[in-house]
Design a protein around this ligand. Structure first.
Ligand code: ZN
Length: 58
């Protein structure tokens, strides 16, 4: 599955402010499948690039 990496500033419990990342699907056919995958991806937390811990968003 084609993905791209989304980044956002988050707070890691171990590292403080980090550029947290998560994988989200690229736009692709069929759109209905893409829509479902994007909804799922939106619910996923961002992770610290160093330790992989979930980050808090502010
Ligand atoms: Zn970390």
């Amino acid at each position: 599955m084609a993905t791209r990496t989304q980044t956002r500033t988050g707070t890691c419990p171990s590292h403080g402010r980090v550029e947290a990342t998560r994988e989200v699907p690229k736009l692709q056919f069929p759109f209905i499948v893409f829509g479902v995958r994007r909804l799922v991806a939106r619910g996923r937390p961002f992770h610290c690039p160093t330790c992989g811990a979930e980050t808090d968003m502010h």
